[in-house]
Design a protein around this ligand. Sequence first.
Ligand code: PHE
Length: 376
Amino acid sequence: MTIPQLTDYTEASLDKAFSELNIEADRALNSVTADNETLRLEWLGRKQGRLKTISDLWLKAAPPEAKRLIGPRFNALKEKIEVELERRNSSLPGIRQANIHAGNIVESQIDVTLPGSAQRIGAEHPLIKTMAEIVGVFQRMGYSVGLGPEVENDFNNFESLNFPPNHPARDTQDTLVLAGQEQKPLRERLLMRTHTSPVQIRTMLEQAPPLRIVIPGKVHRNEAADATHSPVFHQVEGLCVDTNITFSDLKGTLDHAMKAFFGSAVKTRFFPSFFPFTEPSADVQISCIFCGGKGCRKCKHSGWIELLGCGMVDPAVFEAVNARRIELGREPVYDTSRISGFAFGMGVDRIAMMKYGISDIGLLYSGDMRFLEQFA
Ligand code: PHE
């Protein structure tokens, strides 16, 4: 570090010496690369700072009358350096804040070396995706979507659907009931819905025919979990009520729906079956989507896969709806001499498992990201 040589104490030579120092100080303080702490040490450092050296060499060594001339010049230089350092300390963030405020720069433009914060994009769960696709097939046929609660009363889940109290058909549903319901009349007792059919009842209590609704949703049964059973699963049901609805309409609708969902090569066939709320009832099979009907392991070499239940709405259901509508002060508009209807229901889980080749239903409920990410 060089300090100009003082030849004498005349004002002219003091001015010259201090002006050189000022120029050097300005250059240092205006430098973009020099950091503040280095500058401070270099100029104001207590042991080896330039001002300390100047003070030792010029001020302390000077005769008393020269000190009066050096002192103010020295102090002016020192103060200027202090003020400049202070400004540098605060102004960089200050300028940045002003720029952020003015919208000239955004925070993230400053430190480009920081790792980015990536947003993980979610994807539909395979069950929800399958359910939406099935619903979509029926929406394109003019059906609207009906929804209802998973906690239902006995009337909507059973009684109105022609499951009388103590009827053995109730046993096939493995119902989970809510605790503390014994004081209530049977029809008001709460349970976990065992199928989405109660939403058919809810809809008919609210709306007059004609009706075309499709009902997706979660249902509950007290079943032990294994590779093909889960106590929670999903159904899509449908209900169509109007004048002149026949079994042919049911067959045509479901045949079209299966072709729309699985592909136009798929065939359907209907077998007699039983449900309390439909008469006649049928089980629907589709030609095996894996082997095209030739017979394979998936279809147990039959060429067919059973997929849904359906039937013509039993007049007893319409009558239960009418009776309840009267209790609610509404018109009994489901006149069985004028209207008829069909209903159908299918298990979404089994269809999703077939479609995606999933062998264990439990995977659909595991929340395991490694499994779910395959469907993103
Ligand atoms: N609700 C029936 C079940 O869960 C399915 C079904 C719906 C059958 C509509 C026929 C008509 O088993």
